[in-house]
Write a protein that binds this ligand. Structure first.
Ligand SMILES: NC(=O)c1ccc[n+]([C@@H]2O[C@H](COP(=O)([O-])OP(=O)(O)OC[C@H]3O[C@@H](n4cnc5c(N)ncnc54)[C@H](O)[C@@H]3O)[C@@H](O)[C@H]2O)c1
Length: 340
């Protein structure tokens, strides 16, 4: 398969390196409005460089387009590529607004043959897979709820080095839509379908520098009377692993990136053996990109569904959009019924 990347910035390097180390795929073209960035990738991976992705799609035989551009561009670029017959693998977030979600839903009806997959690589962490299986086994007793805590640091330089960051119109939000969306996504994977969310946002440490929130806290209701507390900030001094805790009748489970701990009711504490895996790029990007990309490609080759298609990430999309709506209006927002 011929693969192309649009947006040759920080995360594109992880996509390119992952694809380069997989057998049977050719990195054939790269596009970036900053042509030098596309040329650097093209030199490194022996592909062609373009200034625009439209030109790249017109001139190359591409099977899959990876979208690694700023948030507001994911949907228009995905639509253009799908309409031109490509499969699309897009970085998170899948959308930044209800309008963009509606555009993708319309398209889903029109282009059944082409796949659109989203990069939620942390679903592939061995720790998450292990805990999901354990929860599904019923051995934990009833699942009561949980919490997701992300305390990270994003400095002024992080926002000035890429000017789309920190602006509502191009980033769509801050600590939630950009940094802690993976933790929100994992809560939906482990706790099930969300029913409502109530949230608050704040900007504590980069006032006058960013328009978006650096902190978001939320209370989420899930089906089966489960609830979760959520807290995300980018105003912390360092970047420790996010904490996900699941409270069950018989035990409490903690996931900290690849580390899992079981706290049994009788006081026993156990750490299951987890396969260690090295990630590419920044430690907080995790180690799942390659597995996620490979799974997407295999789904194309075999014709089977890809779990992180539009439907597979809808709970997360709705929670995300409803969290911002709640923060704006001060109301608890119900998640649209179609999802659960
Ligand atoms: N999955 C993860 O854990 C993870 C981690 C980091 C970033 N991301 C996501 O990846 C995306 C990119 O983030 P980044 O940190 O690499 O940003 P970045 O600013 O480093 O890179 C974005 C690139 O897109 C290019 N670009 C902008 N507009 C363009 C256009 N119209 N056509 C072609 N190229 C264009 C820019 O020149 C830049 O090179 C974001 O959606 C971000 O949320 C995901």
């Amino acid at each position: 398969m011929n693969i192309a990347i649009v947006g040759c910035g920080a995360i594109a390097a992880v996509h390119a390196e992952s694809i380069f180390s997989m057998k049977g795929y050719r990195l054939s073209a790269f596009a970036d409005i900053d042509y030098k960035k596309a040329a650097d990738f093209a030199n490194r991976y022996h592909g062609k460089a373009y200034n625009t992705y439209e030109e790249m799609i017109q001139n190359e035989q591409i099977d899959v387009l990876h979208i690694c551009t700023p948030h507001y561009l994911h949907v228009p670029m995905a639509i253009y590529a799908l309409e031109h017959g490509l499969h699309v693998f897009a970085e998170k977030p899948p959308v930044i607004s209800y309008e963009q979600l509606a555009q993708l839903e319309d398209l889903d009806q029109l282009l059944p043959g082409k796949k659109l997959g989203f990069c939620f690589q942390n679903r592939y962490n061995p720790s998450v897979i292990l805990v999901k299986k354990l929860l599904e086994s019923g051995d934990t007793g009833a699942i009561l709820g949980g919490r997701g805590i992300v305390t990270w640091n994003r400095s002024e330089e992080y926002y000035t080095e890429s000017s789309w960051r920190g602006k509502l119109v191009t980033e769509g939000g801050g600590a939630l839509i950009n940094q802690s969306i993976h933790t929100l996504d994992l809560l939906t994977c482990l706790l099930g379908s969300p029913v409502s969310i109530e949230s608050h946002t704040a900007n504590y440490h980069l006032k006058d520098i960013i328009e978006v929130e650096d902190t978001m806290e939320a209370f989420i209701r899930f089906e089966n009377n489960r609830t979760a507390s959520f807290y995300a900030t980018t105003a912390y001094p360092v970047n420790p692993p996010p904490l996900i805790e699941i409270i069950c009748e018989n035990m409490t489970i903690r996931i900290e990136e690849l580390d899992v701990t079981y706290y049994y009711k009788d006081g026993r504490i156990e750490k299951p053996q987890i396969e260690s895996k090295a990630g590419l790029g920044k430690s907080y990007w995790g180690c799942g990109h390659q597995d996620c990309i490979e799974d997407f490609y295999q789904s194309i080759l075999s014709g089977r569904p890809f779990a992180q298609d539009l439907n597979g990430v809808k709970n997360t999309i709705h929670l995300l959009l409803c969290a911002y709506e709640s923060a704006r209006t001060g109301r608890e927002i119900r998640i649209p019924k179609e999802v659960h």
